[in-house]
Design a protein around this ligand. Sequence first.
Ligand code: NDP
Length: 300
Amino acid sequence: MTATIIDGRAFAARLRDRIGAQVRALQSAHGLTPGLAVVLVGEDPASQVYVRNKGRQTVETGMASFEHRLPDTTPEPELLALIDRLNADPKVHGILVQLPLPAHMNAASVINRIDPAKDVDGFHISNVGLLGTGQKAMVPCTPLGCLMMLRDHLGDLSGCDAVVVGRSNIVGKPMAQLLLGASATVTIAHSRTRDLPATCRRADILIAAVGRAEMIPGDWLKPGATVIDVGINRIPAPERGEGRTRLVGDVAFDSAAQVAGAITPVPGGVGPMTIACLLANTLTATCRAHALPDPEGLTP
Ligand code: NDP
């Protein structure tokens, strides 16, 4: 078998087009422009790239982008005061504080200071609780993107055996909640799972969110399984020249593509969907702030 490639880049581009059209409709019907505030503390190079991409794509979909860059010596109360101002600002519908934060800050208290209705990352404890109890929540972007791709590829997920490898608060756990909400039968595997290969082989849907390069080979997969590879790992690539590197997922793509029915590549799979879902959440937050119905097709 040679798997269908689930093209996250193309999917994300279509999603951004749909969001752009919905933003224009919201502007003409209600005079509303969704606004996303992104806060970056410090100079982490990877975070700077993410923040730049987020700002660019926000503007491209017709939303307002507000960037706040603070030095990494910023005292936590100063960051909390900025979040309070953004919470109170009616032009700001979504707030994202780029993680990781400098070591002197408590990420949980910072995230929990964001108004849950503006928490477009879905990390606030209230949104975690709402998702866990099956209520309307702001849903973390990466798992939301995975769910959208799964629905697009498989349609109804009800009754499918889904295995999520990884139990982090930002990917594994919310992914499992979303799959449960879609009536899949869900197993969460982690570093203490006794027989990971056998657990993976049961999966109609396998989500890999571990952070270990090419850890899951093709012979751990059920033939025909749908594989969503969240992992982003940088490995040496001497074949590209001395000191060069390349990105790979948590799944060994070449062997997995011989067994799976469908698979997301790395790069070009889950990654592009994450920012697109951030824009989707900002639009959803804007509609909810104005008591309008949720935008079509952007929520679980
Ligand atoms: P974490 O490090 O927070 O969690 C990793 C999870 O994997 C843990 O639950 C851990 O188990 C489990 N794990 C580690 N080793 C093994 C093993 N040998 N067997 C089984 N399970 C194992 O990572 P994140 O969830 O934050 O991220 C996971 C990956 O996804 C990373 O590569 C990250 O870069 C990527 N990522 C990609 C995004 C995207 O947009 N595409 C967004 C977010 C993350 P335990 O709890 O027992 O320690």
